[in-house]
Design a protein around this ligand. Structure first.
Ligand code: FAD
Length: 816
């Protein structure tokens, strides 16, 4: 028997070795148009980035060794030009141009794929590369060594593009990524890709998403790239990684069937439309086990598995079926590991397959054992029977084992219940007794059985406040560091006491940090007769929302890893107090910072190490609002290092002026919408200058600070009459002029919204956050039958004496 194999790398070399193992006597010839066979193409980016230092390590073997070991005729630098299916022969061209024919009994095609290089102006300029093989690698490496490459642009943010970004960054090259889609890494959903965006930016990589290259121009010393969003980038090196195309020319010319996605068609035995010709690897298309539709899957593991199956079938006849690939992939993106298997939500949507999804965040191992780091998991599954469709996992440790286990369940047609049934190893350094996968399974099963009706981060963006009550069940401190617009804060512990504030006839969206407390709050309500059709929990909590809505900054955060000069300056000039906040989740780290900063002197610095991803972001805005100085943030292997310098508290006046310590007081007598707006605008402005600001709410002004959802309180007959006649809360206030039976107020709110002007309620919340003191007049409350419980939590009750004391210390007093 004579076997000819076209392509000598992943699929080709593996199949050849397997054929020899099961058929000692046959003749086997490999044709490889390149110089090398059986090399590690997956390692090429790491050789460019000097992580793999020795070039020889890329070669698993060489032609001579392989040939001797397996008794296989290996012909490198020989390209197969055509296949004659009738005569069962192929035509080969040697590197010297000479051509000859070779006959076969069985032929295997494993010609791989070719990187795309679209025709566009300047694309053939010097300094623009694609990466597929050793030749490309040597060219890129040579170019970097012989030119002063300070900046590189990666076009296309698939896994090869991102691996190249990291490796070029390792060489000290500044990197920008240009991607036509609105996210990096197509196999994962946008909300998960946002983790990667945030991480890339934190490493100093500049991201140009939703933006395509229009042209390249060679300048004297570098290249100019014009983007579709009218940006131009000057760079020294370009790596094009915008995808690959299956190599099908040989097959097409030989009239072999090409499938609907453009790959070589094969049957379940990996046999092409010609009986004696088989094909594997990047060049073929094959039905996806879930969708049953053919797809192209450019990964090394399927190529190797197919190679073994095909060898058996070529030698022994068609005995082994290939089951297909669901696309299980993993990539290291700087310190992050990003992996996925099966179908993401966007693909399911595109295919019209009904699905549900769940988000969870767990620690990679027991939280009490050092260095536990977060692991984010998104599952997609059938809403009818829980069949698992896909999973995406992002983290720093243990991502691979989780995604591999889930992949096995999906391939066995398993469901989310199989995630719970998995029997896993456990010891504190490796996992938790409840593994992140089990937690993902429990959460998914709660969604599936409707024990936890959920909403998703996209639902929050457009949640209309008049129909939906957003309830943040995190602690007051967590709430004060940021929450969703229009959300009210009822910490989980207070839900039972404040249940009267939660209406039974209106939709309630609960949310907490990662989803657990929201779920517990839901259970309290369900136990108290609330409808499952009205009470929802935000899947994955505020963290998923915050990550998914993260705005990619256009400026880089200074990374101390690459800024050694700064580091020396810091060490010499300041007292640095180190804080270990690892393992604490939001707002733990920032609370710790607050405690510690109170103890140190002006100009001293805190260096905080934390494993909470949102911490660097929170600490920057915390510094802005407290007068401390945000020095830097960097991260490495899942740990965030933030340096903050103690500054003068922002609320003390920084301007030298004899009256600067004086406060401002405002008396809010009216409950007209326009006057209330003006009052909060003024109060916020005053507070921003550091002045102690007080608003004294009296008579009709009390209506401005009434809760939207008031508990039931006992009132006398006059109190009840006032309640009926007065506006229920701030959303019912009218304009002082042009009210037009209420149309005027609505118009005013509409115009404010369309012009992005804050609503009365958010201006009021800002005032609270800025420390503006709200005093309700005790006498007015008595007269109008208003109870303390009906007013916002932050309001203090006081009389004329309290107001006079504040006015005495103020240099501006306004009556509105
Ligand atoms: P290849 O391994 O590309 O082999 C095809 C060979 O056929 C080539 O050497 C080509 O020269 C030869 N050939 C083509 N036409 C002819 C002809 N007419 N005559 C003679 N020879 C011919 N996958 C992963 O799963 N994980 C990773 O981390 C990963 N990293 C990667 C990193 C890089 C930089 C690249 C380029 C790929 C990576 N891949 C990765 C993808 C993986 O390498 C491919 O899926 C796999 O190599 C496909 O195997 P194949 O045999 O189909 O093609």
């Amino acid at each position: 028997m004579k076997y000819l194999i076209i392509g000598g790398v992943a699929g080709g070399a593996t199949a050849a070795a397997r054929v020899r193992r099961i058929d000692e006597k046959s003749e086997i010839i490999i044709f490889e148009k390149g110089k090398y066979i059986s090399y590690a193409n997956c390692g090429l980016p790491y050789y460019i980035g000097d992580i793999i230092k020795d070039r020889e390590r890329l070669f698993v073997t060489n032609a001579e060794k392989f040939s001797r070991q397996f008794n296989i005729d290996v012909r490198t630098e020989q390209e197969v030009m055509s296949i004659n299916t009738e005569g069962k022969s192929i035509t080969i061209r040697k590197s010297n141009g000479e051509e000859y024919n070779e006959s076969y009994d069985r032929l295997l095609l494993s010609p791989g794929a070719t990187p795309m290089r679209p025709p566009m102006p300047g694309i053939d300029s010097d300094g623009i590369f694609t990466l597929r093989d050793v030749k490309d690698t040597d060219q890129i490496k040579g170019y970097i060594n012989n030119h002063s490459v300070k900046h590189a642009v990666i076009v296309g943010a698939g896994f090869i593009g991102l691996e190249m970004a990291e490796n070029l960054h390792n060489l000290g090259i500044e990197v920008s990524i240009v991607e036509l889609g609105n996210q990096v890494m197509a196999p994962i959903d946008f909300s998960m890709a946002q983790h990667v965006h945030e991480h890339l930016v934190s490493k100093g990589v500049k991201l140009h998403l939703s933006s395509g290259v229009q042209s390249f121009k060679k300048l004297d010393n570098n290249l100019e790239i014009s983007l579709s969003d009218s940006t131009t980038i000057n760079t020294d090196l370009v790596i094009l990684s915008i995808g690959v195309r299956p190599n099908t020319k040989l097959a097409k010319d030989a009239n072999l069937q090409i499938g609907e996605t453009g790959g070589i068609w094969v049957n379940e035995y990996l046999q092409t439309s010609a009986d004696d010709i088989y094909a594997v690897g990047d060049a073929i298309e094959y039905p996806h086990p879930i969708t049953k539709k053919p797809w192209l899957n450019y990964l090394a593991n399927p190529a190797n598995r197919q190679a073994r199956i095909v060898a058996d079938n070529m030698v022994n006849g068609n005995i082994e079926k290939y089951e297909g690939a669901i696309g299980t992939s993993i990539a290291k993106v700087f310190d992050l590991t990003v992996a996925s298997t099966g179908l993401p939500a966007k693909k399911l949507k595109q295919l019209g397959i009904e699905y549900t999804s769940s988000y969870t965040q767990s620690n990679s191992h027991a939280g009490y054992y050092p260095d536990a780091l977060p692991l984010y998991i998104k599952l997609t599954f059938s809403p009818s029977d829980g069949r698992l469709y896909g999973a995406q996992c992002i983290g720093y440790q243990g991502v691979d084992k989780r995604i591999d286990q889930i992949s096995l369940i999906i391939k066995n047609n398993g469901s989310i219940y199989d995630l719970i049934r998995l029997e896993q190893t456990y010891a504190p350094p490796f996992s938790s007794a409840k593994d992140p996968i089990a937690i993902a399974g429990y959460v998914a099963s709660n969604i599936l059985t409707n024990a936890m009706p959920v909403v998703y981060w996209r639902d929050m963006e457009n949640a209309p406040s008049e129909n939906i009550l957003l309830v943040d069940v995190r602690t007051k401190d967590e709430f004060s560091y940021g929450s969703l617009d229009n959300a009210i804060n009822i910490p989980l512990e207070d839900i039972r006491d404040r249940i009267n504030e939660l209406p039974k006839d209106k939709k309630i969206y609960f949310f907490c940090a990662v989803g657990l407390r929201g779920y517990l709050a839901q259970q309290i309500l369900f136990g108290n007769g609330y409808s499952k059709k009205l009470v929802f929990n935000l899947s994955g909590g505020y963290k998923v929302y915050k990550t998914a809505t993260y705005n990619i900054p256009q400026t880089h955060i200074i990374n101390l890893d690459t800024n050694t000069e700064n580091k020396t300056e810091i060490v010499m000039a300041h007292n640095i107090i180190k804080i270990d906040a690892c393992g604490l989740s939001c707002p733990g780290p920032i609370m710790k910072v607050k405690q510690e900063i109170d103890k140190i002197n002006l100009g001293d610095r805190l260096e905080i190490e934390s494993t909470d991803a949102g911490f660097a972001r929170d600490s920057e805005s915390w510094c802005q609002s407290t007068g401390n100085k945000f020095i830097s943030s960097s991260n490495s292997n899942g740990k965030y290092n933030v340096i903050i310098e103690k500054g003068a508290p922002i609320k003390s006046c920084a301007v030298e002026h004899k009256d600067c310590a004086k406060g401002k007081t405002l008396i809010m007598f009216s409950d007209d919408l326009d006057k209330a707006l003006a009052t909060f605008v003024l109060a916020n402005g005053a507070a921003a200058t550091g002045a102690k600001t007080t608003i004294f709410f009296t008579f009709w002004g009390l209506n401005v600070i009434k809760k939207a959802h008031k508990p039931k309180v006992n009132k006398d007959i006059f109190g009840k009459m006032f309640s009926m006649m007065l506006p229920k809360d701030s959303t019912r206030l009218s304009l002082s002029k042009m009210s037009m039976f209420g149309i005027g107020d609505k118009m005013m709110r509409y115009i404010m919204r369309s012009k992005n002007i804050e609503s009365l309620e958010s201006l009021r919340q800002q005032a609270i956050e800025q420390g503006v003191e709200f005093i309700a007049c005790q006498m007015s409350m008595d007269v109008m039958g208003v109870n303390k419980e009906e007013l916002l939590d932050n309001v203090t009750i006081g009389g004329v004496a309290t107001y006079m004391e504040r006015a005495d210390n103020a240099n501006v007093n306004l009556f509105v």
